[in-house]
Each structure stands twice: as C-alpha cells, then as structure tokens.
Write a protein that binds this ligand. Sequence first.
Ligand SMILES: C[S@@+](CC[C@H](N)C(=O)[O-])C[C@H]1O[C@@H](n2cnc3c(N)ncnc32)[C@H](O)[C@@H]1O
Length: 330
Amino acid sequence: MIASATLAQQLQLVYLLEKEDLAETGKQFLAGLRQTPKTISPRYFYDAVGSDLFEKICDLPEYYPTRTEASILKQFAPEIAAITGNAELIELGSGSSTKTRFLLDAYQTFGQLDYVPVDVSASIVELAAASLLKEYQNLTVTGLIGTYEQAIAHLPDPHDLPRMLIFLGSTLGNFSPSECDQFFAHTRRSLRMGDYFLLGVDRHKSTEILEAAYNDRQGITAAFNLNMLTHLNQRYGGNFDVKNFAHRAIYNTEKCQIEMYLDCKKSQSVHFAALDTTIEFAAGESILTEISRKFHVDQLQTYLVQQGLKTVKMWGDRQDYFGLVLTQAI
Ligand SMILES: C[S@@+](CC[C@H](N)C(=O)[O-])C[C@H]1O[C@@H](n2cnc3c(N)ncnc32)[C@H](O)[C@@H]1O
C-alpha cells in the first residue's frame, strides 16, 4: 500500500474541459440535430452515469469486444513492450484503463513509468487514476480530462522517450471516414518519426453476432443510449422526455457499421434553455447516436500507411473477432 502523500506526488489531473466554450459545442450539437438523419456525437454518452453503464456493457455476455481485446493484450503486451522499449504511454479515450493494466504490467519492467490517460469523462479518469496508483509502485499518472484534440494540444513537445499513443476498444470505429482522416492528421502531428500508435479494432463478422452485441437482453445498451438524452438535458438545459424515445441498433452491411439510433415514439418539441433553441422531432424519426465501424484489417493497414503509420505487427484472437495493430510513425 502506498501512503497518500506519495500518491498525491504521483498524480496530476488536468481539467482541459473547463476551457470548453459551451456556446461553441452547443452550436455543433444543434448543427447535428439539423442534419438528416438527426445526429448526436457519441461523446455525449459519457457523463458519470454513461461511463458506468459502458463498464457494465463491457461485462455483458453478448459484448465480445472487451474480453477479446483483453485476452489479446494479456497474451501479447510483453511482446509489444519488447518491440517498442521504454515509452511514454498516452491513452486516448482511456475509460477505466482496465485493459491497459496488461500494458502497464509489461512496461513496468523498464522501471519508472509515466501514464497519460485522456478522456472527456472526468469521473472515470479520477477513479482509474486513483486505483492504478494504489496498484503500481513506480507509476506516475497525468490524467488529461478533455477531448482528444484538447489533450493532443496539451502534450509536451519535443518529448524525450519514444511516445506510444494507445487507442483501444475499437473507439476508432465511432469515427466516420472523414472524421478518421481528421483524427489521424491531428494525432500524427504529436508523433515523431519512429514513435508508436497502438490501435485495437473490431473486425467485420456476422450480422447476428454484431447485432446481439449492441442489443443485449438485459437492456444495458438501451439504457446507455437513452442516458445521452438525460446528459444533454443537464448540459444544455434541455427537456428531452426520455420515455418518448427507444433504443435501436442495426448492422449496415454495405457500410460495415453498427448504427445505433434513438427512435422518436411521438412528435414533440424539445427546448434547450442554455442554447435558446427549440428543435422539432417527428413521430417515427430516428436520431443517429453512434456508428461503430467494423474493419477489414488489410484495408485498414493500407489506410494507416496513407496516414503516415506503418504496421509493425498485428495480433488477433483465434476467431478473428478483434485486431490489435502496432504501427510506427513514418
Ligand atoms: C468506447 S469507450 C472505450 C473505453 C476504453 N478505451 C475501452 O477500451 O474499454 C470510449 C471512451 O472514449 C471517451 N471519449 C469519447 N469521445 C471522446 C473525445 N472526443 N475525447 C476524449 N475522450 C472521448 C469516452 O468517455 C470513453 O471512455
């Protein structure tokens, strides 16, 4: 057990979100609601309740991605560490950092270790950092609470050790192709040639397995999807009536993506007091709240080279459900 004075020295939390301009993010949020179909960014899933529900999703029997990626990391983290050598570990969308522990175990062999979790959800970073510091002796944690863009802009440059960006949970799949381009253009600028980017990606598979994973029998994914409306009510002074909406997730085989919707059960006006705006919703209308693209790894590797990242090695599971790709900046 580490004394609390020592814990404080090993922990730094940086609240970048405080600098967020609500009027500006509100403008983007409203622009999404004026599109067809109406669209809300998946970042709004993640308040404290949403992060907690996501952790429950990770443990669902139907939700294979977390346990599959965890098993790959468990087996291959020592090999990843042996390839990269000691590195600065920066995890984007770190959530509870549960699977990251396999990497931290492996990188601990280099001695003192610096870990930088980045997430928009403050509560999950605070909890994860506190428990990591209790578990690991030679660890310092600098939690960056903010968006990927805010965190990348905050990273020190130049850096001494090789840097490894880590992006697990197939969170990459939540980006449209153009958002992916922007994400890599942005993140690649924080890497020097020879630095690393470790990506966990969900692979294309049968519609049956995919749709079951996003429509679990206990209704946790439905609660997660609907919680976004409660979060938006709090954030923008909205009056969404959650019971007027229903969760739906389908696999779009043409686009190789799960599409998660909130279907509007009856026509209604929703007012956002903080944005001084009312939006109309028609009965039967669907709001797109998340896409989760499923990847063909050979196509992904070709794409990554175009983004300035060449594959060093890729690992997977026996069923080819999930892939872990270690890339290097070129
Ligand atoms: C799908 S979860 C993955 C969590 C974890 N990496 C895992 O594999 O279990 C996505 C995480 O990214 C965070 N997130 C979503 N959008 C974000 C953004 N724009 N900037 C920073 N973090 C974001 C969420 O709060 C959430 O913890």
